[in-house]
Design a protein around this ligand. Sequence first.
Ligand SMILES: [Zn+2]
Length: 251
Amino acid sequence: MPKDLKGIEAGKLPAHLLVPCAGGGKLHWLCAAAWNAMVEKAKSEGLELKPTSAGDTYRDYESQKRGFLSRYTTTNNGSKTTRTFEGKTWYLKPGVAPMATPGKSNHNWGLAVDVHSAGEPKRLNWMIANVKEFGFSWEVVPVEPWHIRLVTGDNPTPAVRAYMERNGIKAPAGGATPAPAPSSGGGINFGDKGPRVAQMQGLLVERGMYKKKIDGSYGPQTQLAVDAWKAANGRPAGRGMSAEELKMLGM
Ligand SMILES: [Zn+2]
């Protein structure tokens, strides 16, 4: 699991961790790089790879729940494929494909793709030969031969690293991620107090702009550091940090 997913709920990824991927939909940025790299190789070998639909890439919690509720029923229909959700047993309806419980799918982390027409022999054989090179695991064959999942966490495979280099995407160094940590809210104003202010002060300390105590209180000394950071980053001067500026700072 990429480190920047720590503390985040499945199906509730912040927008800055998600990027559009080849063929439609969005994925966690590391999975998008792996997927795009693989799609590029397939294309160069005359094979088209795309997701079954945009909804078969990253799936937020609500859409996973909608899909789940449309495929499973609490009425015992004799199906051997069951799930436990909200304290009840759910049975798969006849004629539909199984699906993970909301919050339990790799799709909710943006780390899985369902591949369109994965069962076609040419595509299937290509995937068998190639998914590993890009860090995908194919563990649910034969039930869901279309479902591939990224298993390399913060360590992209050499093929994916090469793709990232070609496209100017910074790979995580030593397992650390360059993507900013999630921000739990909007901007921070002069006079605010609390853990987010402390986090902002810590980041300003790292940049050599704040040299006072990290006390979680946005006063005049913090403002001096904010002024210095804004000047250094071409932001308009003024009190407070907008959500966008906090994101730039790394929150
Ligand atoms: Zn899937």
